[in-house]
Design a binder for this molecule. Structure first.
Ligand code: GUN
Length: 282
């Protein structure tokens, strides 16, 4: 049976053994790290993520403020709000919770955020820094995934890593981070002809597609490490990932659960990025 990699426990340890102390150091210098979350409309999953973010911020001792807008808010109003936040020295990090209503351009919104305050790591500047392996805010889910893999004592250098999914938020950046750390990376997507061929060679598998039961145990290489980024709800209302956990845990050596795997690591990475942003101006 595979060892379970508990993101919940690792995130708690990061907060208690590192983040709280860093916040205390900043406070001693008169700096109170502050994160602002812009939430537009009533997306149920977004509301739940945002609550998680507030909870973790409180545990680490930073300020978090959620600025809520009706789904009908204009694009200009959001762009003006970001401009105000960009110029507010008491705010160190800002994120705009996605998805946004169709009439608001994600590209325009992201372009408006000052890269120093872009603690989601979504702006072109931060994505470019990640591409180059230069310092900058790393996008939170990929950063959390690398931390999970490291904490599970899985060697990244020299490993065959397969990423399923090519989104800008997870698939592409996590592939780059793994590559920067010396893995041989293959990114599979809906156009990939033979996903099983790649999975069979994979020492590390990252699944970020959003499809229940997409990967089963028999497709995996025995002894691999599996990181399941999927968050799906079954018809019975149960939260599950993209990996069929029951069969996969019989083949993998290490595997993340859903919930309690990648999710808490994403949130802790966001809080850490906000602290880093505050440290940079201290
Ligand atoms: N929606 C789903 N995941 C994320 C995330 O990491 N950041 C933001 N801003 N929106 C999201």
């Amino acid at each position: 049976m595979a060892e379970i990699i508990s993101g919940r426990d690792i995130a708690a340890t990061i907060i208690e053994s590192d983040l709280i102390a860093r916040v205390e150091t900043l406070k001693a210098k008169g700096i109170l790290p502050k994160l602002v979350v812009i939430l537009v409309g009533e997306h149920p999953a977004s509301a739940s993520y945002v609550r998680q973010k507030e909870k973790f911020a409180e545990r680490a001792g930073i300020i978090s403020e959620v600025r809520r807008f009706e789904a009908s808010v204009s694009e200009d109003a959001i762009l003006n709000q970001i401009e105000t936040i960009n110029n507010d020295e008491t705010i160190h990090g800002v994120i705009v919770q996605l998805p946004l209503p169709d009439h608001i351009s994600v590209e325009k919104v992201l372009k408006k955020i000052r890269p120093e305050k872009d603690v989601d790591g979504f702006t072109a500047t931060n994505v470019g820094n990640l591409f180059l392996g230069e310092p900058g805010h790393q996008s939170c889910t990929p950063k959390g995934i690398i931390r999970l893999i490291d904490e599970s004592k899985t060697e990244i250098k020299g490993a065959n890593a397969v990423v399923l999914g090519r989104s800008n938020i997870v698939g592409k950046p996590v592939g780059l981070l793994l590559l920067n750390r010396g893995a041989t990376v293959t990114t599979c997507h809906r156009g990939t002809k033979d996903v099983d061929f790649f999975l069979k060679q994979a020492d590390i598998v990252v699944v970020a597609v959003g499809k229940i039961g997409l990967v089963k145990g028999e497709q995996l290489k025995p002894g691999c490490t599996v990181i399941d980024v999927g968050i799906n709800r079954t018809e019975e209302g149960k939260l599950v990932g993209d990996v069929d956990f029951e069969s996969a845990e019989k083949v993998a050596r290490k595997i993340t659960p859903v919930p309690g795997g990648v999710g808490p690591m994403t949130v802790v990475s966001l809080i850490e990025n906000t602290i880093e942003a505050a440290e940079a101006v201290s």
